[in-house]
Design a protein around this ligand. Structure first.
Ligand SMILES: O=C(O)CCC(=O)C(=O)O
Length: 257
């Protein structure tokens, strides 16, 4: 599959596009089972990095995300499924050159999980690495208003190569609907739908106050010319923000990407 001219133009102006049904039902059954297994699995040293936080609703520890879950050395089968030649083709079109995986995570957004405040990904310290990234979000579960579907700025009215805040600061502490209302879209998605988005487009999601999980995978890529920075990214991250376990949940972080 290749993106058409209209999709590329839309990505350039709005900073994101949605590709419905990019992964089929069989693929998503495998992905969902894998996400369930990872949720239960005891992480191995240097392997999956789990992050727990205290639920804003119940105060109990809730799994927020697992990082470092793909790559040839960790799970070659899942890597080929998620970073298929088709995906690589689309990313090459959007980046203007070959993509290299920078980081990846499954955001579990389980019932009780906190908000992801409106932000630009690039503000999460990414300038240290390079100045442009594209993330591919894949819906594992149905994303609906009730279970914290993402909202994106859809007006294109943001600096496409600059930060709107100091690093690590959210754009607003409010939850959706973000203001001005007509500049944002709620992206309800079905399993297998993909959102490609750049690292400057504002987006976020509210706390999950429903009883349905909203698991999405986020794979972030940089241009090959910027190099392979994934090992350095995780080493830096674990030094400043180490994975933890149930029982060690941190207070909910307002902005962590
Ligand atoms: O999972 C979410 O709702 C938010 C994720 C996000 O905004 C991000 O990773 O940049």
């Amino acid at each position: 599959m290749r993106l058409n001219e209209a999709q590329i133009e839309e990505f350039t102006s709005k900073g994101f596009i949605v590709v419905k049904g990019m992964f089929d039902g069989d693929a998503m059954t495998k992905v969902s089972t894998w996400a369930d297994e990872l949720q239960e699995k005891q992480p191995i040293k240097g392997g999956e990095a789990k992050y727990y936080e205290q639920s804003v609703l119940t105060g109990e520890d809730v799994l927020v995300r697992i990082e470092n879950v793909v790559g040839e050395e960790i799970n070659p089968a899942m890597t080929s499924l998620l970073v298929s030649p088709e995906v690589t083709d689309c990313l090459s079109q959007l980046l203007g050159e070959a993509p290299v995986l920078f980081k990846e995570k499954i955001n579990y957004k389980l019932p009780g999980c906190r908000a992801d405040k409106l932000h630009q990904d690039q503000a999460a310290g990414w300038n240290v690495y390079t100045d442009f990234f594209i993330t591919m979000a894949i819906a594992i579960d149905a994303n609906r208003f009730d279970n914290a579907a993402l909202s994106f700025m859809s007006s294109g009215n943001y600096p496409h190569d600059d930060l709107m805040t100091e690093e690590w600061q959210p754009i607003t502490k409010d939850d959706p609907p973000y203001q001005p209302v007509d500049e944002f879209s709620l992206l309800e998605a079905d399993p297998g739908d993909v959102i490609f988005f750049d690292s400057y487009v504002p987006h976020g999601s509210p706390p999950n106050t429903s009883d349905q999980s909203r698991r999405n995978i986020f794979l972030t890529f940089n241009r090959a010319s910027a190099g392979d920075m994934r090992a350095k990214y995780y080493a830096d991250k674990w030094a400043s923000y180490a994975p933890n376990k149930a029982g060690e949940g941190r207070k909910a972080a307002a902005f962590r990407v």
